[in-house]
Design a protein. Structure first.
Length: 136
C-alpha cells in the first residue's frame, strides 16, 4: 500500500488517522507540526501527504507548498476544522487549493469518508510510483 505522512497538531486526531490508515494497510509517518513535517519531507519518500491546515508555527498551507515544491505529482490532502465553501480568498479550501492541495476535507472526517478521499488520491494515475521526499 502507500506510505503516508500525516501532519496534525492534535495528538488524538493524529492517532485516529494513524490507526485508520494502518488498519487499511498503509504505512504511516507522523508529524506533530509543520516544522516536523518539513524535516520529514526532506528525508522520507511519501505517496500521499495529509495535513491539517491550522497549526501553530509553520501551518498546513506552507506544508502543502513545500510538499508540492519537492514533488509536484505527489497528492496532498488538506484537512481543516474551519468552515469550507466560502467565496473569499480567506476560505481555507480555496487557500489550500491555491497552495497546491489536491483535495480538501472538513473535520471530523474518519472512517470510510477519510479512506475514500485517501484512496481516490493514491489511485490517481499521476501519483503511481511518485513520492515526495529526498530524491523525488
Amino acid at each position: 500500500m502507500a506510505e503516508i505522512l500525516v501532519v496534525e497538531d492534535n495528538a488524538a486526531v493524529r492517532m485516529a488517522y494513524r490507526l485508520l490508515l494502518k488498519a487499511a494497510g498503509h504505512g504511516v509517518s507522523e508529524a506533530a507540526d509543520g516544522d516536523e513535517a518539513i524535516a520529514k519531507l526532506g528525508v522520507g519518500v511519501f505517496d500521499l501527504v495529509i495535513t491539517d491546515l491550522w497549526m501553530p508555527g509553520i501551518d498546513g498551507f506552507q506544508v502543502i507548498a513545500e510538499a508540492k515544491r519537492r514533488s509536484p505529482q505527489t497528492p496532498v490532502l488538506a484537512v481543516t476544522g474551519g468552515a469550507l465553501g466560502g467565496a473569499t480568498s480567506r476560505d481555507p479550501a480555496r487557500r489550500a487549493t491555491e497552495a497546491g492541495a489536491d483535495a480538501v476535507i472538513e473535520k471530523p472526517m474518519l472512517g470510510e469518508g477519510m479512506l475514500s478521499a485517501v484512496n481516490a488520491l493514491i489511485d490517481r494515475p499521476s501519483s503511481a510510483g511518485q513520492g515526495v521526499g529526498e530524491g523525488a
